[in-house]
Ligand binder design. Structure first.
Ligand code: NAP
Ligand code: G4F
Length: 382
């Protein structure tokens, strides 16, 4: 059985990748950092399904800013494949914590690569680095491919540039099987709540249920090439199954603005928005309600929102000191060499996220009103 080590296993991609690799018959070692509250919500089901002596999912504590525990774990596990997904992954937060971000997201990559070398695992262990479309930043050409020059626009992107080039350098200098996945934005129902897509789908669900009045957003004009994380973790695995290590752009080839993403999300529950005004004065206003759709999605008659209600406002708090205006990836190389194609488009992504958030909000509201927690098994039967 192959052994895979995943850093950042508690994150969105870590959880999907762990699930994929377990299904493929790997023994998976997930690395997580200590937190003062539970941070394993996304992977708890993997422990349950594989409980007992036969478990093929293990976890251990480490931190990307500490070399010693990384070396010790690599020595103990001697993994066939390492997927380095751990990072301070929030672009806006990186402006507040630039030094920490450089340490975890930049030097963290070096720590793993040097550990591989130190332990003499160069011939055994393949390495995947979670690189990002943020490297393109102030884009030099559109769409962006593997040869497009980089122009990072945040401390996060600058840290990730170091991770990208050190991965290339160790491949060229020491013959390591190390490669970069240059992944464009990918989302899912388990996306972190402060990324814009999940912030929007949670708010649209809450507003439709009458649990929230307004959504405050930053730059509505920003455009992203949004895919589904499930498709993207498959690409990570494919990259490590090739005969030789290479870097790949993973993207859908379609770009959508934040404003359009909001329109699609509210549209899912029958709330059709129109945007009026400009800059900080721009507002997302109810244009009309599709009552039939609302009732179908929410399960009750529509009551609390009227045509003309303002549901979205701009709050400059969410602006970034330097912004990435447009990302659009060209995944031709991945299609031709990896045989990778995304199954999801942005509409399917919105539908899945909205459906999941509606269920979650209904459950949270039920609990707030004095309901009791029911186990997933019981819920399935009910
Ligand atoms: P995520 O949900 O934010 O997960 C990040 C993971 O890294 C979490 O498990 C987090 O632990 C862990 N982590 C953060 N700092 C750490 C540290 N100092 N030591 C150890 N672990 C640490 O991110 P994601 O969306 O899954 O993304 C996975 C990777 O792909 C990241 O490197 C990200 O930068 C990169 N990426 C993401 C996208 C995207 O659109 N999702 C696109 C391109 C590249 P906690 O759970 O304890 O916070
Ligand atoms: O969802 P975001 O925070 O993602 P961002 O900055 O594109 O970064 C994500 O994707 C990268 C890949 O390109 C990853 F490397 C990175 O780890 C992360 O997963 O913001 C998307 C856009 C930005 O232009 C932002 O300014 O949405 C804009 N935006 C507008 N209002 C907002 C908001 N972003 C957030 N988070 N919150 C807002 O209220």
């Amino acid at each position: 059985m192959k052994k895979a080590l995943i850093t950042g296993v508690t994150g969105q991609d870590g959880a999907y990748l762990a699930e994929l690799l377990i299904k493929k018959g790997y023994i998976v070692y997930g690395l997580k950092r200590r937190a003062s509250t539970f941070n394993t919500k996304r992977i708890d089901h993997l422990f349950v399904k594989n409980r007992g002596d036969e478990t093929n999912f293990h976890y251990a504590y480490t931190d990307m800013t500490e070399t010693t525990s990384l070396v010790r774990l690599l020595k103990e596990i001697e993994p066939d494949e390492i997927y380095n997904l751990a990072a301070q992954s929030h672009v806006k937060v990186s402006f507040d914590t630039p030094e920490y971000t450089a340490n975890a997201d930049g030097l963290g990559v070096l720590r793993i690569l040097e550990s591989i070398r130190l332990l003499g695992l160069e011939k055994k262990t393949k390495f995947y680095q979670a690189s990002t479309s943020e490297l393109y930043g102030k884009v030099r050409e559109t769409p962006q491919n593997e040869n497009t020059p980089f122009y990072p626009r945040s401390p996060y992107a600058v840290a990730k540039i170091y991770g990208y080039w050190i991965t290339v350098n160790y491949r060229e200098a020491y013959n390591l099987f190390s490669c970069n996945g240059i992944l464009f934005n990918h989302e899912s129902p388990i996306r972190g709540e402060t990324f814009v897509t999940r912030k929007i789908t949670r708010a649209a669900a809450n507003i439709a249920l009458g649990l929230q009045k307004k959504l405050l957003l930053g730059n509505l004009n920003a455009k992203r090439d949004w895919g589904h994380a499930k498709d993207y973790v498959k690409a990570m695995w494919l990259m490590l199954q090739q005969d030789k290590p290479e870097d790949f752009v993973i993207a859908t080839g379609i770009t959508t603005s934040v404003r359009e993403f909001a329109v699609k999300s509210f549209g899912y529950v029958g709330i059709n928005l129109v945007f009026l005004g400009e800059g900080e004065e721009e507002r997302g206003i109810v244009d009309h309600i599709d009552h039939e759709r609302y009732e179908r999605r929410i399960g009750k008659k529509f009551a609390h929102i009227r045509k003309g209600d303002v549901l979205i406002e701009v709050d400059p708090f969410y602006y970034r000191p330097t912004e990435v205006d447009l990302l659009l990836g060209d995944p031709t190389k991945a299609r031709e060499k990896l045989g990778w194609e995304p199954k999801y488009n942005v509409e399917m992504l919105v539908d899945e996220m909205m459906d999941s958030d509606l269920k979650m909000m209904q459950k949270e509201d039920y609990l707030k009103k004095g309901g009791f927690e029911i186990t997933p098994q019981i819920e399935d039967i009910m």
